[in-house]
Ligand binder design. Structure first.
Ligand SMILES: Nc1ncnc2c1ncn2[C@@H]1O[C@H](COP(=O)(O)OP(=O)(O)OP(=O)(O)O)[C@@H](O)[C@H]1O
Ligand SMILES: [Mg+2]
Length: 453
């Protein structure tokens, strides 16, 4: 604070952030085009006005020189006594004559005065030697002093006329031109950026079911070409992935038969201890193979059509199955909402989360909540187990990724449960995430669209 009570003016540095380059391509192109065209427009306007003023000044100077020469010749021919009476008629808007020596002063400096003085001098010729002086005071003022043939002094007093006024409609026309330019810029930039939006939208829509939406292959040739290339790329990706999934599905499927044969053979073995261990290994292999087939299927799209279901009823029946089998699973808060969803896929996702909660956290509690604004329903599966280290919360969604602590026989899984669930969730347009609860344990959270109150 200053002594006088005013806060010291804060120096606001003209930071780079204040002049930040806009982030969107639309804004950048629009800015470049609008600023460039507006500058060009203002420049050409300035050039026109300057040219007009220069041309008018040149014409006026030539006119003054001619008129002054005629007037001086007339005054020279008149008897000295009659000259005074003619002065008002010889005066013009920018100059008048004085029968006298005028005001002495320095030679003129101003460009306009100098050019008028030299034009008058050349108009009068050698007959009347003259001197010119700038009259001190407000505004530009020039006096040209000469002597007539009888020796009497004559002064021409010149004041540059005010610049030609600009006509009232010129700024309006300029503003209208700028407005037309702005509209054209907006239109051009929109044409240029729209295909990019469309491309991003379609690329985002390419889900795990690989059912790609095709881009329209029309429009300007560059856009059509990019759309063709993009569509072809989508098709290639779909074909590659589908081929790999078929191989995975085929191997997983075909492995089931030899595994079944091996189990039959194990049953006939004499060494019971070894047979038990082998059976356990074979069961694990069978599980792995089943999960492999399931994963391949989910990647290929479930093909299940969305149905409208009562969420409470669906979760109740799921929980009942677990409770009947003696598992500690609870489902308390009821919501009374209906959702449009793929029921089998939803059962599978929640089932996988509950399986994990039971396997790694010993208990599972299901909670639901709804957000009417964005028409979503959130299903949370909570446990009070050890949770997952923060850095692995995303990694566990990768196929076959299991935490080191899970690599024991007791909790032996294949590491595909969450990968399958994530694939299904994406295919349903839902979001599946995990987070460690502050009070301990893990929360698997599924946010589903399509909720009706
Ligand atoms: N509720 C949980 N608490 C702690 N760790 C978990 C929990 N859920 C998953 N994990 C960890 O994430 C890993 C991946 O889980 P995912 O369900 O994909 O595979 P899995 O349970 O090991 O096998 P699968 O489900 O295929 O039988 C698990 O191995 C486990 O380490
Ligand atoms: Mg699991």
């Amino acid at each position: 604070m200053h002594a006088d009570g005013f806060a010291a003016p804060r120096r606001v540095p003209l930071s780079v952030a204040a002049l930040r380059w806009p982030r969107t391509l639309f804004a950048r192109l629009a800015l470049i085009l609008c600023v460039g065209l507006a500058l060009a427009q203002v420049l050409s306007f300035t050039l026109t006005v300057t040219e007009r003023d220069d041309a008018t000044a040149t014409m006026m100077t030539a006119y003054i020189a001619r008129e002054v020469a005629i007037s001086v010749a007339l005054l020279d021919h008149l008897p000295a006594a009659e000259r005074e009476a003619w002065l008002p008629q010889l005066a013009r808007r920018s100059y008048f004559f004085i029968l006298g020596p005028g005001t002495p002063g320095e030679p003129p400096e101003a460009h306009r005065s100098k050019s008028v003085a030299s034009a008058i001098a050349s108009g009068l010729g050698d007959k009347y030697p003259l001197t010119s002086s700038a009259v001190p005071g407000t505004g530009e003022r020039l006096q040209i002093h000469l002597r007539l043939s009888d020796g009497s002094p004559l002064t021409i007093d010149y004041r540059p006329p005010p610049a030609l006024p600009m006509s009232g409609w010129l700024p309006v026309v300029l503003a209208a031109q700028l407005a037309v330019l702005a509209v054209c810029c907006w239109f051009a930039v929109r044409i240029a950026t729209r295909p990019l939006h469309e491309l991003a939208r379609v690329a985002d829509a390419l889900g795990p079911d690989l059912k790609a939406e095709r881009l329209e292959e029309d429009g300007p040739s560059e856009v059509a070409r990019a759309a063709r290339a993009f569509n072809a790329m989508q098709q290639r990706i779909s074909a590659h992935v589908a081929e790999r999934m078929q191989i995975l599905a085929a191997i997983s499927h075909d492995l089931q038969t030899p595994i079944t044969r091996m189990r039959l053979r194990v049953d006939q073995m004499d060494d019971e201890a070894q047979a038990g261990k082998l059976t356990q290994d074979l069961l694990e292999m069978e599980q792995l193979v089943k999960e492999g087939v399931a994963y391949a299927r989910t990647l290929h799209g479930t093909g299940e059509a969305p149905r409208r279901v009562d969420l409470d009823a669906l979760l109740d029946s799921l929980v009942c199955d677990y409770v009947d089998a003696g598992s500690p699973v609870t489902f308390e808060r009821r919501l009374n909402v209906a959702i449009v969803t793929r029921v089998q896929a939803l059962r599978r996702i929640v089932g996988n989360l509950v399986d994990n909660a039971l396997k790694y956290g010993n208990t599972a509690a299901i909670e639901v909540s709804a957000s009417p604004q964005d028409k979503t329903v959130t299903i949370s599966v909570l446990d009070s187990g050890p949770g997952i280290p923060d850095e692995a919360l995303e990694k566990v969604f990768e196929p076959f990724y299991r935490l080191e602590t899970s690599r024991n026989r007791g909790t032996g899984g294949t590491g595909l449960g969450l990968a399958i669930s994530r694939q299904l969730a994406v295919a349903m347009g839902a979001q599946l995430t995990l987070r460690n609860r502050p009070e301990g344990g893990l929360e698997g959270r599924l946010v589903l669209p399509g909720a009706d109150a």
